[in-house]
Ligand binder design. Structure first.
Ligand SMILES: [Zn+2]
Ligand SMILES: [Zn+2]
Length: 261
């Protein structure tokens, strides 16, 4: 599908110029525009899913990766649950959701550079999993399918005070595959007005490791190695415009939600 001009009416079946800005999502870039009230009304069932709501910009990178850092900058709907953030990360790094995962916010120890290291603050239980009897009694345990990003990142969120530390937000680690231990560092970068009810990627670098690659030791890698997982890969995997396609995302979302581990 050709990319729509920013001034085109947002209604799905209309190609007129969009001249009326949606008042509900003021400040969104791009803001939804319509050619007529009729088009605004017809688009509302889909537009209302995100109109006036917030998205959080997250920097998600594979810990240790370099030359290039395997990284995605993505706006994620604030109303997404952490289970849905799990889907976003699976999608972002072409993972196939065939291994266990976990999310943990932690408070880094002073002067400790290894990631993650420090005290567990919030741990999320994957959908349908019971609490680990050995977990630290001081750690807050939340259900991944219940807790939303706004509960944690939103200033009025129920758990916001737990992750706020000297005007910054504590790091979140997403661990995927408990055998190969791919650690993804999730850093909060800010909030904005949502422009979609799905993740929107603005920057993508580095091909992700293939599933069951066996891990990778970047520290002892040859400096001239380059993008080590690039060989034989589909450029669409790291093309933000392709990744932002609504149908592509919906297909992956459905596949992910069907195969809970
Ligand atoms: Zn709107
Ligand atoms: Zn129109």
């Amino acid at each position: 599908m050709p990319r729509r001009a920013r001034t085109e009416c947002k209604a799905a079946t209309c190609s007129n110029a969009g001249t009326i800005e949606c008042a509900g999502c003021e400040g969104a870039v791009p803001v939804a525009k319509y050619c007529s009230d009729a088009c605004r009304t017809s688009d509302w069932p889909s537009h209302k899913k995100y109109c006036g709501k917030k998205a959080y910009t997250l920097d998600i990178r594979i810990v240790g990766s370099k030359k290039p850092v395997i990284k995605r900058i993505v706006d994620v709907p604030s109303w997404y649950t952490f289970e849905e953030l799990h889907y976003v990360i699976q999608y972002a790094f072409s993972w196939e959701n065939c291994h266990l995962h976990s999310f943990v916010f932690y408070r880094p120890r002073p002067r400790c550079r290894r990631i993650p290291a420090g005290k567990e603050i919030i741990r999320f239980l994957p959908h349908g999993k019971r609490e680990d009897p050995w977990s630290d009694p001081d750690t807050t345990i939340l259900k991944e399918e219940v807790a939303t990003l706004a509960d944690v990142y939103g200033e009025a969120g129920k758990y916001h005070s737990e992750v706020e530390s000297r005007d910054t937000i504590l790091p979140l680690i997403y661990l995927y595959d408990f055998g190969e231990n791919w650690e993804h560092l999730v850093t909060f970068k800010g909030e904005k007005v949502a422009t979609a009810d799905r993740p929107i990627f603005s920057k993508v670098t580095g091909y992700p490791p293939p599933e069951d690659a066996g891990g990778y030791d970047w520290d002892s890698a040859d400096d001239d190695e380059g993008d080590i997982f690039a060989k034989g890969r589909d450029p669409d995997e790291i093309n933000p415009e392709v990744m932002n396609d609504e149908k592509r995302w919906e297909k992956r979302y459905k596949a992910c939600s069907r195969m809970r581990l």
